[in-house]
Ligand binder design. Structure first.
Ligand SMILES: Cc1cc2nc3c(=O)[nH]c(=O)nc-3n(C[C@H](O)[C@H](O)[C@H](O)COP(=O)(O)OP(=O)(O)OC[C@H]3O[C@@H](n4cnc5c(N)ncnc54)[C@H](O)[C@@H]3O)c2cc1C
Length: 381
């Protein structure tokens, strides 16, 4: 039987980042991925790395992740671009919130700059002047290409750490303990196993997942044909995002007093907020919506893409940039697990078998930093 110090189930960002930090401690690590290559939330997202949208320790995890991505990019290509993040306010309330968030980050010493309407036009000529009143810009933030990043990170880790083995097309179907060792699939042996299986709750320990309090969110996304005529640098977040993200909810005194304008009501019903990210081929990723089901009822979310939701997203997006439905090249659904009270699902089945999943919508930003804290806790700092 092949022997490792640590076996990780799941090759998305959370599993991969746990492997990275364990490898840095000198551990011999086996990373097992069910599919031929990861196709979960880690490759279906925007690739926005936006600590500014997070609060409390999750902001700190975001900063750790930001620094880590930047430092790896200096040694191997993981598709990092530093073009900043911008939150564009379209009305008085959203303006008030970006001012309050700026004050919060000024206090923390985190670089945040207000952009006037004309400064927005200079930096983002594709944004319609009628929409953009004022904006809050975070120049230090980055984006990654979700369809490239995790592959680049696996390649970098394989090259850097001789004591890493990554095995794809290897679904983990059994985890047992024998003589103080954990046995995976009857084939691999380790002192510890960490399960980072994303929203897949039924293959391993279905009872624990069913009772975990996790929900699964289904998100609808779109990508346009390449549109070099629309220059949208960095992470573009808009009014509904200002009304949704946890940093605004946690750090802005006015957040819970502002009203929802009537034209946002239908969008909010579907959990829609509008984000853009221009990929390196100049296509634009547009999203997203949120529908929810309990983790053991994920099938209820359906296999379809709801055309009505896409129409709502595109209609709102067309108030912000010049976009038409015939320019949409592809649509897809993404899924992630989240825990509404705990922000993450941590469960130790035994002192050697640990579940770490359910990071929700912030895994690309905070996953790498959270994984460092998680590995430090399990192995000592
Ligand atoms: C549409 C969308 C947009 C998003 N945008 C952003 C964004 O811009 N910024 C941001 O910070 N976050 C974003 N997120 C959130 C982020 O993508 C997730 O938080 C993150 O990718 C979760 O990573 P994960 O490793 O937990 O899960 P996943 O990426 O789903 O990885 C889990 C992996 O485990 C594997 N697996 C499961 N079970 C087994 C098994 N039994 N054996 C072996 N392998 C197994 C799966 O095949 C999968 O590869 C977005 C998410 C979505 C869906």
């Amino acid at each position: 039987m092949q022997q490792f110090d640590l076996i990780i189930t799941g090759g998305g960002i959370l599993g991969t980042a746990h492997a990275f930090h364990a490898l840095q401690k000198g551990l011999k690590v086996l990373l097992l991925e069910r599919d031929n290559y990861p196709v979960g939330a880690t490759v279906r997202n925007f690739g926005q790395v936006v600590p500014s949208g997070l609060a409390d320790k999750w902001f700190d995890y975001g900063l750790t992740g930001l620094a880590l991505y930047k430092s790896i990019q200096e040694k191997g290509d993981i598709s990092v671009r530093q073009n900043g993040s911008v939150y564009i306010a379209s009305d008085d309330d959203e303006q008030l919130l970006i001012h309050e968030l700026k004050a919060h980050y000024d206090n923390k010493g985190y670089n945040a700059q207000l952009l006037s309407a004309s400064a927005i036009q200079d930096r983002y000529p594709a944004i319609k002047p009628a929409y953009a009143r004022e904006a809050l810009f975070f120049p230090d933030e980055i984006s990654v290409e979700p369809d490239k990043m995790i592959h680049g990170l696996h390649a970098y880790m394989k090259e850097t750490f001789s004591h890493l083995k990554i095995s794809c097309y290897t679904p983990v179907t059994s985890i047992t303990e024998s003589n103080g060792q954990v046995i995976v699939n009857g084939q691999f042996q380790a002192n510890k196993v960490i399960i980072c299986c994303g929203h897949e709750g039924k293959l391993l320990f279905p009872d624990i997942f069913s009772n975990s309090g996790q929900m699964v969110s289904k998100l609808q996304m779109m990508r346009t044909i390449p549109m070099p005529e629309l220059q949208l640098k960095g992470n573009i977040l808009t009014g509904l995002t200002i009304r949704r993200y946890e940093s605004f909810a946690a750090c802005c005194p006015s957040f819970h007093h502002i009203q929802t304008p009537q034209h946002y009501e239908e969008l909010k019903k579907w959990g829609i907020h509008i984000l853009f990210k221009q990929a390196t081929d100049n296509s634009i990723i547009i999203g997203d919506s949120h529908e929810y089901a309990a983790i053991n009822q994920t099938d209820d979310l359906g296999f379809h893409t709801n055309h009505y939701i896409n129409e709502l997203i595109l209609e709102e997006a067309s108030h912000i940039i010049n976009i038409k439905s015939k320019q949409i090249a592809t649509c897809w659904n993404g899924f992630y697990a989240q825990h509404n009270e705990k922000n993450i699902f941590e469960y130790d089945i035994t002192p050697q078998i640990h579940i770490r999943t359910g990071i929700g919508g912030k895994g690309m930003t905070a996953g790498a930093g959270y994984a460092k804290a998680s590995v430090d806790l399990l192995y000592g700092n």
